[in-house]
Write a new protein. Structure first.
Length: 196
């Protein structure tokens, strides 16, 4: 077990041991490897997440950046489209992969307002995106939603370590801002918990 995997496991276990929150849990510290430029592009991902909440989507946004310039943006729109694959990350990759070369994807950073789910990790992997920076950790926003946590969580770092070890993953970043977006959205947009 690598030191990073061990630290991720300890973080996951500590989050699982805490009770579910009706409001946002305390934000985790920023990943020290993130830069000032990462913060600026994460702010844009959060803007897109806020936009999604007022335009038929859930609070998730993604920005693709190459050489310091935004080359693609996308907000979650799964509810308005009825397409469950229209998460911010998968939607961005689906919409822009016909226009962006694999070499460009490989040289780009994907900023995503929340940690990518396993579906989105798969899309990121197959697009060949070289670097991912996420804002809010999945376990944290699931706590805001009040969803029971999986006793064996699979975070994005583990997915990429096992399937695309060349993909660099950083995060969380500016998690307090991301948790606020989730906290403002989910109490009035929660799906029924009985599966109906």
């Amino acid at each position: 077990m690598t030191p990073r995997t061990h630290a991720t496991l300890l973080l996951a276990l500590s989050l699982l041991a805490a009770p579910l929150f009706a409001t946002a849990p305390a934000p985790l510290p920023d990943d020290p490897a993130c830069t000032a430029a990462d913060r600026a592009f994460m702010e844009r991902a959060y803007e897109l997440a806020r936009y999604a909440t007022t335009h038929g989507g859930s609070p998730f946004g993604a920005v693709l950046v190459k050489d310091g310039k935004v080359i693609a943006e996308y907000s979650n729109c799964e509810h308005v489209t009825g397409d469950v694959t229209k998460h911010a990350e998968t939607g961005l990759i689906s919409a822009f992969s016909p226009k962006i070369t694999r070499a460009t994807f490989a040289a780009s950073t994907l900023y995503t307002s929340s940690e990518p789910c396993t579906m989105c990790c798969g899309s990121i992997r197959f697009a060949g995106i070289g670097r991912v920076v996420f804002g809010t950790t999945e376990l944290q926003f699931l706590r805001v939603m009040g969803i029971p946590l999986d006793p064996h969580p699979l975070d994005s770092r583990e997915v990429f370590e096992r399937t695309a070890p060349g993909t660099k993953v950083l995060g969380p970043l500016m998690e307090a801002e991301g948790l606020k977006i989730h906290e403002d959205y989910w109490p009035t947009h929660m799906f029924p918990r009985d599966g109906t």
